[in-house]
Design a protein. Structure first.
Length: 188
């Protein structure tokens, strides 16, 4: 679990990365000297951007493959400027932009023999879920449970996101949890 000062620092890094992207067209450059040693340990995170209560970008990684602080900086830039669902963020959108960072636990494979068994193993409101069939793969963060509280709906929408037909059983699944922390103020 990250401390409140560590959370604030990561939120500030994410915002600085977005501002650097707006002014320089590239992500903020950081090194181990720029942050606490605990934030330079491998970590996986998603950065979510919202504006006027609507999703404005969300990019992240499922596995810890680089330092957490660097992961946050890169994903903040990507959520603002490279999320294929949205045009690149503009400076006029900074006002009212809200950031959320979700730091992921390592994922754990779920053993099941059918979609109905998988549904029974899910912990609504707790589990993030990764599903896969051959090369098709998708995830929903635990926060998605607030919009899709029924396990059947959660899995159905996740299959759609992955491109898996509804009548096809999921081959593999993994669960993870997140520590999510929002930006404290709406001012950017």
């Amino acid at each position: 679990m990250l401390s409140t000062p560590e959370q604030r620092f990561l939120l500030e890094l994410a915002l600085r990365s977005i501002r650097t992207g707006l002014t320089d067209g590239q992500t903020l450059q950081i090194s181990a000297d720029d942050c606490e040693a605990s934030l330079w340990q491998p970590g996986a995170a998603f950065v979510t951007l919202e504006r006027n209560g609507q999703l404005r970008g969300c990019i992240g990684s499922l596995e810890a493959s680089r330092p957490l602080a660097l992961d946050v900086v890169e994903h903040a830039f990507d959520a603002a400027f490279r999320d294929p669902r949205f045009p690149p963020l503009t400076a006029s959108e900074l006002n009212g932009l809200k950031l959320h960072i979700s730091v992921l636990s390592p994922s754990v494979e779920i053993k099941f023999t059918s979609d109905s068994e998988l549904l029974g193993l899910l912990r609504p409101g707790v589990d993030g879920l990764i599903i896969a069939n051959e090369k098709l793969r998708a995830t929903f963060l635990p926060s998605v449970w607030s919009m899709l509280p029924e396990p059947q709906d959660f899995l159905s929408h996740l299959k759609k996101k992955a491109g898996i037909p509804q009548d096809t059983a999921v081959s593999r699944a993994w669960r993870y949890t997140t520590q999510i922390f929002p930006q404290e103020s709406r001012r950017t």
